[in-house]
Ligand binder design. Structure first.
Ligand code: AMP
Ligand code: ZN
Length: 123
């Protein structure tokens, strides 16, 4: 169900444009409008769930699929982890900010996928 004043519901519904890189039955993935790293994607469920804390055991499939998507997205963008490689673009991170103390700004769950030289310096 979409929520009236939710920006990510509006993006899911196509009412607000986004730089989409992936979509399936459960989620859409688009570029963060204010990137904190060279690669900064948001994995956003089509269904409105306000926070990770609102998820229940029924959502474990969705959450698992979101997490398993991250390596594919990172690989497609050239940031796969390769053991033994010393290049900078070697791996990625995932983040789910939860609540004001966790830095959450948009109350529709989303997973950040970040990669590139030292993105944590700007998080
Ligand atoms: P969070 O602080 O975890 O809630 O992250 C919200 C993220 O959404 C921020 O990194 C914003 O830059 C990003 N964001 C907000 N509005 C848009 C938008 N219209 N398109 C893409 N990213 C957005
Ligand atoms: Zn929403």
């Amino acid at each position: 169900m979409s929520h009236d004043n939710c920006i990510f519901c509006k993006i899911v519904a196509g009412q607000i444009p986004s730089a989409q890189v992936y979509a399936d039955d459960d989620v859409i993935v688009f570029k963060d409008i204010n990137p904190a790293a060279e690669l900064h994607l948001l994995v956003v469920p089509r269904r409105h769930i306000p926070t990770l804390q609102d998820c229940s055991v029924e959502d474990q499939g969705l959450l698992g699929r979101m997490l398993l998507l991250a390596p594919k997205l990172a690989r497609d963008a050239g940031f796969a982890f390769e053991a033994g490689s010393h290049r900078e673009a070697n791996g990625f991170r995932v983040v789910m900010n939860t609540g004001p103390g966790g830095g959450q700004e948009v109350y529709h769950i989303h997973m950040h996928v970040l990669a590139g030289p030292r993105p944590w310096k700007r998080m």
